[in-house]
Design a protein. Structure first.
Length: 147
């Protein structure tokens, strides 16, 4: 019986959040405070999405039995969250250490990436703020569902 939730979308968003967390973790080992905060937000969002998945999968929960308005709200939040995660993924690809070459050219690229990242701090802060908002919204849904 369908409750109007697409479990696959929730799971895909959760997997994307977990993958982004791991990618950011690789970059963040010696990173600035901004990147560490972004990493923390992605980890928190990943956990929140996983809790929401569990809530939606259980047909006896308040959230699963809620009306169409609540279902639409959850699906809208998921859509916005996935968009934010995809924007973060696009942003993070430009700083992925796996794409660097080894040797002197790799060191130059690494130094350039650090300089480029410093100029992108407003974008990092904006993405982190969006993640905080999405996480807060998911947490409100979970609280209203009694979790």
């Amino acid at each position: 019986m369908s409750f109007g939730f697409s479990i696959g979308d929730f799971i895909a968003a959760g997997e994307l959040a977990e993958r982004l967390y791991k990618e950011i973790y690789l970059v963040a080992r010696h990173a600035s405070q901004e990147l560490l905060q972004l990493q923390s937000e992605v980890a928190t969002l990943s956990m929140s999405i996983n809790l929401l998945v569990a809530e939606v999968q259980d047909k006896d929960t308040v959230l699963a039995r809620s009306g169409k308005d609540r279902v639409d709200t959850v699906n809208s939040v998921l859509k916005d969250t996935k968009k934010t995660l995809l924007d973060l993924e696009k942003f993070s690809k430009s700083f992925n250490p796996a794409h660097r070459k080894s040797g002197p050219l790799g060191k130059v690229k690494s130094a350039w990436d650090k300089t480029k990242f410093a100029t992108e701090l407003p974008k990092v802060d904006a993405l982190r703020a969006r993640l905080q908002y999405q996480n807060g919204t998911i947490n409100l849904l979970l609280i209203s569902a009694g979790k």
